[in-house]
Design a protein around this ligand. Structure first.
Ligand code: GRF
Length: 188
């Protein structure tokens, strides 16, 4: 199987995918890692000899999506969004219908939608005095964070949790379920 991974940040989820491919827990090859800005995730990909592209997102969102489609072509098996902060739109959603997944650091549909990403999610969860949180891998549709859920796992919240402590506890689970979700989707 051939996949592309879209990133914008640190790339710890990308690293989990790279590690799983390299130790045989994922039967696929990462053909491209594409970012919508300079980020450490791109450095991680380069270290593993993966083809990388850093695109400029200042144009219209359709332009970014069109550029990505031009780069990857139409014959990949899966596009994986991990910490990718731009919205995909237009033709790529049709060409890769049912073949784009995203990971979000909450129990969707709670704490979803535009502006709800990264540490902001955990701040909102703590502010709402939730008993627990979690992370969700879902299919990407035209609507932000709204596609069918593939895998979801709960993560406990402890007294005195800061957004950073909670983010790190969730991230550890993300690194596991993103690999499980890719396996699940690729195995059909
Ligand atoms: C994290 O907030 C993670 O929950 C979300 O994207 C952010 C960055 O993750 N998926 P990563 O370390 O760049 O994979």
């Amino acid at each position: 199987h051939k996949i592309a991974v879209l990133v914008s940040g640190n790339g710890s989820n990308l690293q989990a995918i790279i590690d799983a491919v390299e130790d045989g827990r994922l039967d696929c090859s990462i053909e491209y890692v594409i970012a919508d800005r300079k980020c450490y995730a791109i450095e991680r990909a380069k270290k593993h000899g993966i083809k990388t592209f850093v695109l400029d997102r200042t144009g219209f969102k359709e332009e970014l999506s069109q550029r990505i489609l031009e780069i990857i072509g139409d014959d990949l098996d899966l596009i994986v969004l991990v910490g990718f902060l731009s919205i995909l739109d237009g033709e790529i959603l049709n060409v890769y219908k049912g073949k784009i997944i995203n990971i979000h650091p909450s129990l969707l549909p709670k704490f979803s939608g535009k502006g709800m990403y990264g540490i902001k999610v955990h701040e909102a969860v703590l502010k709402a005095k939730e008993e627990e949180t979690g992370c969700t891998v879902h299919f990407v549709t035209g609507e932000v964070d709204a596609g069918k859920v593939i895998l979801r796992e709960r993560v406990p919240i402890y007294d005195g949790d800061t957004p950073e402590k909670l983010a790190n506890r969730v991230l550890i689970v993300e690194h596991r379920i993103i690999v499980d979700a890719i396996n699940k989707v690729l195995e059909g």
